[in-house]
Design a protein around this ligand. Structure first.
Ligand SMILES: CC(C)(COP(=O)(O)OP(=O)(O)OC[C@H]1O[C@@H](n2cnc3c(N)ncnc32)[C@H](O)[C@@H]1OP(=O)(O)O)[C@@H](O)C(=O)NCCC(=O)NCCS
Length: 165
């Protein structure tokens, strides 16, 4: 299910029983498998793969019933170009998964993961670096960045979430 203001690019696949809450950004050639929770405010760049049972969170303090104490401004994860997320992974609010990183099965990602890292566990820790042979051609990345800059994405999400401010 894609709720209102889900922005999804070309050639991207959204699996059965996955839900996008809307007000988020998903690029081209993204594969979201079955039973994934694609939260408001999340950014998923081009060529990301998300295996079944992914959960992205956007509210660290869980402000349900407490929005008089603190304003709720969704802060979704940012999953960068070409990353691969294994089965049953949870990513906490605002966490950035670096370019072409790989997150291992059943991980809980609580902190940013640098580009080209393999990280896993609860909480996820970086264990290795992606071998060169698994990297996507630099040209693909350059073309993506030419089309979609970091600044553009930041502004786009900021505008989408302006109702919350
Ligand atoms: C993260 C991953 C790529 C690591 O593979 P790898 O580099 O070959 O690692 P190894 O199997 O050599 O394991 C190295 C160590 O890390 C541990 N480990 C591996 N993956 C782990 C994970 N997800 N969580 C916790 N520990 C993990 C192993 O038990 C091993 O521990 P040890 O050294 O104490 O024996 C792999 O485990 C994984 O999760 N692949 C994704 C599978 C998947 O969900 N695919 C989705 C499409 S179906």
């Amino acid at each position: 299910m894609l709720r209102r203001e889900t922005n999804i690019g070309d050639n991207s696949i959204f699996g059965s029983l996955s839900a996008s809450e809307g007000k988020n950004w998903i690029g081209n050639n993204v594969l979201v498998h079955t039973q994934c929770h694609i939260t408001t405010g999340i950014i998923i760049e081009d060529w990301v793969f998300i295996a079944p049972e992914f959960v992205g969170a956007n509210d660290l303090q869980i402000l349900h019933g407490r929005r008089n104490i603190e304003k709720f401004i969704p802060k979704g994860p940012h999953i960068k170009f070409g990353s691969r997320i294994a089965v049953n992974v949870t990513v906490l609010p605002g966490v950035v998964i670096g370019r072409e990183s790989l997150i291992g099965a059943s991980s809980l990602v609580t902190k940013d993961v640098p580009d080209f890292s393999i990280a896993y566990g609860v909480p996820a820790k970086v264990a290795k670096t992606i071998e060169d042979k698994w990297r996507l051609p630099e040209k693909m990345y350059e073309e993506f960045r030419k089309r979609v800059s970091e600044e553009y994405l930041a502004k786009f999400i900021d505008k989408l979430l302006s109702d919350y401010k």
